[in-house]
Design a protein around this ligand. Structure first.
Ligand SMILES: Cc1cc2nc3c(=O)[nH]c(=O)nc-3n(C[C@H](O)[C@H](O)[C@H](O)COP(=O)(O)OP(=O)(O)OC[C@H]3O[C@@H](n4cnc5c(N)ncnc54)[C@H](O)[C@@H]3O)c2cc1C
Length: 474
C-alpha cells in the first residue's frame, strides 16, 4: 500500500470543472491532487464541445460554399468526405489536448494521479491501493449519457450523441431524439454535411429558450432541410430492414419516421457505484449528486460541480462552479452559486445565447421590466455579410438595471460575454450605451440596443431638464 496522501483538496475528474479547480488551487500554492480515470480534458475534449464544434466548423464550410453564388462566388455543391471530417475533428481534439494535459497541470503545482477514484469512507478516497485523505473533496466526475425511457428503445441499437460523432460510415438517415441545444447543434451540422436528419422531441424545440428567439433558429434549421417533429409522443420504436422505425402521435396526428440510426441527445447520469457515493455518504437523486446552493453535498467535506450536478451541461458552468467552490474552500465561507450568472449558448447557426433572467422570470419578479430589442438587420456588418437573421433582446428595470439578455444571430455566443460581465459587475443599460465598438461589428448591435433605453421621450427627466435649462443660456 502506497503512503497515504493528505492534500488540502482532492478533485475527482479531469474535465473542465476539475482542471479549473485544481489549476486555481495550485496557482495559489494550495496542495491539490486531481484523479482522472481516463483522458484529461473530460467529456468536453473527447466527446463534447471540441469535437462538436469541429464538426460544425466543417459543416459551416459546406454551407458557405452552397451560399457563395448569392455573393457572386460560385463553387458548386460541396463534396463531403466524412473520413476527412473525422480527421479534422481528431486533429482539433489532439491540439486542444495539449492545453489540458496532466503535464500542464503538474507544471502549475498540482499532483495528477491516473486511476479510478472511489470513496472508501466519508473522509477517504481510494485510487487502487493509494489512499487520499484530503481536507476537502470535489467531485467533478461528469456524467454518462443515459438513454430516455421510450417504448421499444431496448429492442434497437441507439447511439449517444458522442457515439454518433464517431460513426465510421456515412449514415443514410439519422433520427435525433431531443431538441435541446446539443441535439440541434449536431443535427444541423450533420444535415449540412449532406446526411438526412430528423429531430423529434416530446416537448417544444429549444423549450428552455425564449420562444421568440428559438423561432428564428428553428426557421433556419428547417430552411437547411432538417425535419423537426415537436410535441411527438413516441408510441413504439422497432427494428426494420436497414434501420429503425419510430411511430408516434404529434399535434397533427400519427407520425412514422424511418431512419438508419437512432441518436439520443437527452439524459445523463452520474456513475454512483463507481464513485463509491454510498461509502462517502454523498446523497444523490435521479442520477445526480445533491448539493446545496454552495455546491456542498450531504457530506460537508465533499462538494460536487459540473455535469455531476443537475443543470445545463456546459463546460463554462463547470468552470464557474469550480472557481466559486474553490473560494468557499479557501476562505471557509460558503459562497452561493448563481445559475443566472452562467451564459447558456446553443451553437446552431444562427446561434442563440442568453444570460440572466428570462422574460417570464423577470416579469414574475418585477413590475417595471422593460424589453429592449435591436435587430441584426439594422447592423451594417450583418448586411455586408448576409447574416441578418438575429436580434438582441435585453430585459431591464426602469432604473437601467440589467436583468437578462438573450441574443440570436451569428456570433451570439461571443456577444453574450459582454452582457454576462455587465450583469456580474452591475453595469446599467446606459453604461453599455457609452461603449465605443469597432465599426463595422456585430458588437454595435449591443450598443444600439442599449441606446434604445433612452429613446425618444425615455431620457431621465432630470437630464432633459438640465439640457433645457442649459439651452436657455444661449
Ligand atoms: C456532443 C456534446 C457537445 C457539447 N458541446 C458543448 C459546448 O459547445 N459548450 C459547452 O460548454 N459544453 C458542451 N458540452 C457539454 C460539456 O462537454 C460538459 O458539460 C462538460 O464536459 C462537463 O464538464 P465536467 O468537468 O463537469 O465533466 P466531464 O467533462 O465529463 O469530466 C469528468 C471527468 O471525470 C472523470 N471521472 C469520472 N469518474 C471518475 C472517477 N471515479 N475517478 C477518476 N476520474 C473520473 C471522467 O473520466 C472525465 O474525464 C457538450 C457535450 C456533448 C456531449
Amino acid at each position: 500500500m502506497a503512503e497515504e496522501l493528505t492534500p488540502d483538496i482532492c478533485v475527482i475528474g479531469g474535465g473542465p470543472g476539475g482542471i479549473a479547480l485544481a489549476a486555481g488551487a495550485a496557482r495559489l500554492g494550495v496542495p491539490v491532487v486531481l484523479v482522472e480515470k481516463g483522458r484529461m480534458g473530460g467529456a468536453n475534449l473527447s466527446r463534447g464541445s471540441v469535437p462538436a464544434r469541429a464538426l460544425a466548423a466543417a459543416a459551416g464550410i459546406g454551407e458557405t460554399l452552397r451560399r457563395g453564388s448569392a455573393m457572386g462566388v460560385a463553387a458548386g455543391p460541396p463534396a463531403v468526405d466524412l473520413a476527412g471530417v473525422r480527421t479534422h475533428i481528431a486533429e482539433a481534439v489532439e491540439a486542444v489536448a495539449a492545453n489540458v494535459s496532466a503535464e500542464r497541470l503538474a507544471a502549475f503545482g498540482a499532483q495528477v494521479i491516473a486511476g479510478t477514484a472511489a470513496f472508501a469512507d466519508p473522509r477517504t478516497v481510494m485510487v487502487g491501493d493509494q489512499s487520499i485523505r484530503a481536507r476537502r473533496f470535489v467531485i467533478a466526475a461528469g456524467a454518462l449519457p443515459k438513454p430516455p425511457a421510450l417504448p421499444g428503445l431496448g429492442e434497437v441499437d441507439c447511439l449517444s450523441l458522442d457515439a454518433a460523432l464517431g460513426l465510421a460510415e456515412k449514415p443514410s438517415h439519422l433520427v435525433v431524439y431531443g431538441a435541446d441545444a446539443r441535439g440541434l447543434e449536431l443535427a444541423q451540422a450533420w444535415r449540412r454535411l449532406g446526411i438526412e436528419t430528423t429531430v423529434i422531441d416530446e416537448g417544444l424545440i429549444l423549450g428552455d429558450e425564449d420562444p421568440e428567439l428559438a423561432a428564428i433558429v428553428l426557421d433556419r434549421l428547417r430552411a437547411d432541410g432538417l425535419v423537426v417533429h415537436a410535441g411527438l409522443k413516441v408510441g413504439a420504436i422497432a427494428r426494420r430492414p436497414g434501420g429503425i422505425r419510430i411511430a408516434g402521435t404529434g399535434p397533427g396526428g400519427e407520425v412514422v419516421v424511418d431512419g438508419s440510426h437512432l441518436v439520443f441527445a437527452t439524459g445523463r447520469a452520474v456513475d454512483i457505484d463507481g464513485l463509491g457515493l454510498h461509502a462517502g455518504k454523498v446523497d444523490h437523486e435521479h442520477g445526480f449528486i445533491l448539493v446545496d446552493r454552495a455546491m456542498r453535498t450531504s457530506n460537508r467535506r465533499v462538494y460536487a460541480i459540473g455535469d455531476a450536478v443537475t443543470g445545463p451541461a456546459s463546460a463554462n458552468r463547470a468552470e464557474y462552479e469550480a472557481m466559486e467552490v474553490l473560494r468557499s474552500i479557501l476562505y471557509r465561507w460558503p459562497r452561493r452559486v448563481d445559475p443566472l450568472a452562467v451564459p447558456v449558448v446553443v451553437f446552431t447557426d444562427p446561434a442563440l445565447a442568453r444570460v440572466g433572467m428570462s422574460e417570464v422570470e423577470a416579469a414574475r419578479r418585477y413590475n417595471d421590466v422593460r424589453v429592449l430589442r435591436w435587430p441584426f438587420v439594422e447592423n451594417d456588418l450583418a448586411q455586408a455579410e448576409g447574416t441578418t437573421a438575429g436580434v438582441v433582446k435585453v430585459l431591464a428595470r426602469s432604473g437601467g438595471e440589467i436583468l437578462g439578455a438573450a441574443i440570436v444571430g451569428r456570433d451570439a455566443g461571443e456577444m453574450i460575454g459582454l452582457w454576462a460581465l455587465a450583469i456580474a459587475r452591475r453595469l446599467s443599460v446606459p453604461d453599455l450605451a457609452t461603449m465605443v465598438p469597432p465599426y463595422p461589428s456585430r458588437m454595435d448591435v449591443s450598443r444600439r440596443v442599449a441606446e434604445t433605453f433612452a429613446g425618444p421621450g425615455q431620457a431621465p427627466r432630470g437630464q432633459r431638464r438640465l439640457i433645457e435649462w442649459l439651452r436657455k443660456l444661449g
